[in-house]
Design a binder for this molecule. Structure first.
Ligand code: ZN
Length: 328
């Protein structure tokens, strides 16, 4: 049985709110779950879908019951009134065909008599054509249907789509809540270190409990220092970087630059990363504030391109060149 304790502790408010809204028949036809990545929005969307489809009523909002026919088929991933879509392997965006299929599905009358639910994960990655297709469905939502858009970058959705959804924001948890949750997952490394490396995002922090990912991260940082010192050229390093997730690489580099800027401006206490502390000190000394702000700008400009880069090798070389030029 899934209970409210299976919802991440930092999502209880949204959970209660949606179930109450549903009970009072005030639930919107389209919801937008927005907030920082790796804090559990996608998991929440699946759980709330199961809860809304559950056939047993429970005033304590601890549904779904896990025992009714609807819950059984949902858990078996074969619920006839539920579909979710998102980025498919090797595709750079969510295509119009996926949206059309979802819209057709939502128009079907529901098999279990409650509602049909469609989830669009990474909704900001829809192609223009797909976004236009979705807009038509949002303008005339099929009866007894619910569309949930999940996005870590909601500003990349068009204003017309955003205005037709009820926005529900999912802020990251505060540090104490995140640390308590991480410790309860029996992580092998220090929860404080993992959360710091994971930029305050609990699910990302949990991923870093894998030793190899921690090593990759510290190696990338060391590579940057090596490039700044011109001890290797970018073509020696790029083959390793190409194997990594670009969004993750960008996140790491932007966080490192932000921390260097904090140290230079001395406005607040900077993070300490034990595994890269000596190299971090070197980097901070090597770059002045002006260069750091330039780096920060350059990396921010790369964010929209990270998911649309056709040539991966070129994208990695571009990131490494930014560091090389910073020291020129
Ligand atoms: Zn149930």
């Amino acid at each position: 049985m899934l209970s409210s304790t299976d919802i991440y502790p930092w999502q209880q408010t949204q959970w209660q709110y949606l179930l109450q809204a549903n009970q009072q028949q005030h639930l919107a036809h389209a919801l937008l779950f927005s907030g920082v990545a790796d804090c559990g929005k996608k998991d929440f969307a699946v759980k709330i879908a199961q809860a809304l489809l559950c056939q047993n009523k429970n005033d304590q909002y601890t549904i779904p019951c896990g025992q009714c026919k609807s819950c059984y088929v949902f858990q078996a991933k074969s619920h006839p009134d539920y579909q979710h879509i998102g980025l498919e392997d090797a595709k750079k965006d969510i295509g119009v065909a996926q949206i059309r299929e979802l819209s057709r599905f939502l128009e079907l009358s529901c098999s279990y008599g409650k509602m049909t639910i469609g989830i669009i994960n990474d909704a900001d990655r829809m192609s223009n054509e797909a976004a236009n297709g979705l807009l038509k469905t949002l303008e005339e939502p099929p009866k007894d249907s619910l569309i949930i858009l999940v996005s870590s970058n909601p500003t990349r959705l068009t204003a017309t789509i955003r205005s037709r959804c009820q926005n529900l924001s999912f802020p990251p948890p505060n540090q104490n809540t995140a640390l308590a949750w991480l410790k309860a997952q029996n992580v092998q490394h220090s929860a404080e270190h993992l959360l710091s490396v994971g930029m305050g995002r609990p699910l990302l922090a949990q991923q870093f409990d894998d030793e190899s990912l921690l090593k990759q991260r510290s190696q990338c940082f060391k590579d940057i220092v090596i490039i700044l010192q011109k001890r290797k050229n970018i073509f020696d390093i790029s083959p390793q970087w190409v194997k990594l997730d670009f969004q993750m690489l960008l996140d790491w580099q932007i966080t490192w630059i932000q921390q260097c800027i904090i140290i230079h401006s001395s406005v607040s206490h900077a993070k300490q990363w034990d595994d890269i502390a000596p190299q971090f000190k070197q980097l901070t000394c090597q770059l002045d504030s002006q260069k750091l702000w330039q780096l920060y700008d350059d990396f921010l400009k790369l964010i929209p391109k990270a998911n649309h880069s056709i040539n991966q090798q070129l994208f990695v070389e571009k990131m490494l060149l930014i560091w090389l030029y910073a020291q020129a």
